[in-house]
Design a protein around this ligand. Sequence first.
Ligand code: AQP
Length: 345
Amino acid sequence: MPFEERVFSGMQPTGSLHLGNYLGAMLQWIELQKTHQCIYCVVDMHAITVWQEPAELRQAIRKVTAAYMAAGLDPKTSILFNQSQVAAHAELAWVFNCIARLGWLNRMTQFKEKAGKDRENASVGLFAYPNLMAADILVYKATHVPVGDDQKQHLELARDIAGKFNNDYNTEIRARGFDDGEFFPLPEPVITGPATRVMSLRDGTKKMSKSDPSDLSRINLTDDADTIAKKVRKAKTDPEPLPSEAAGLQGRPEAENLIGIFAALSGSSKDTVLAEYGGRQFSEFKANLAELSVAKLGPLGAEINRLTSDPAEIDKILADGAARAAAIAAPIMGDVKDIVGFIRS
Ligand code: AQP
């Protein structure tokens, strides 16, 4: 039986959301809302895989929730909640810890990057993070996952886990009436936005990230107009004028990144932007990029600040979303328990 199409995605409340999160994932989330049942989560359990100050984490959960809504997520149409309120995520993650193989996780490049040289000191949670991510998706039998390019490998792992579960427990799955033996769908990444990989403003070879120690490397969604303009002005470039065609961006990662950001924010293509700015200096281009960024992100930041000024309302929205999410997850988790051989009341 084909699976009903369902969308799941999430972001970590590990700091301020930035332009990469917005262009790489959130714009697609908002679009998919028009055509699909969508479940959007603030993944606070993922956040604590590295140390978070509890008081800051609480604020960050609310701020990320506000950012989702400011970007256009409608908590009545879609389900919006924070992960730790739905226990089924942790329950299924444990089952998946027993399905996934160490060798699979050892290949995850994000763990290598985040653990760095001090691997022995990384939390077990950071290593097992992709298993929890697979559980986040599959506990709702979600079929589509809109993410930025950096999450591709984790999505492949989620597909491997779903496939191995379907295979290992095939007899039990069929015995419970899933005649084709497919209990979990193999979730598909949706990596389609205007800028699936936004790079750091300080280094065009590194992705823009919340955890980059340099605030100048990213545009936060709540930066004020002066800060946005300053960051664009200070963005690293090279000494050449801009090329007229995309081929001329080869080997110029900073130029390519800024052109990509301009194209995404203006809803046009890199070719169109280059046709206009080819042969011109970065200073002129940057002035226009700063103006465009402020025009697009200024209202978003103001709305995030307005929404976060009412934490009780945000908490109410999260609790309502968690109850709706838990209702979808409960029967699926119940089936999983039966399939693996647990006894439940
Ligand atoms: N630079 C980026 N370009 C495009 N998409 C991006 N995403 C993140 N950075 C970029 C997408 O945003 C979603 C949420 O990401 P996350 O918060 O769960 O974690 P992350 O990918 O690890 O993001 P950061 O900013 O790099 O956070 P830290 O520094 O805390 O790890 C995902 O869909 C991601 O692809």
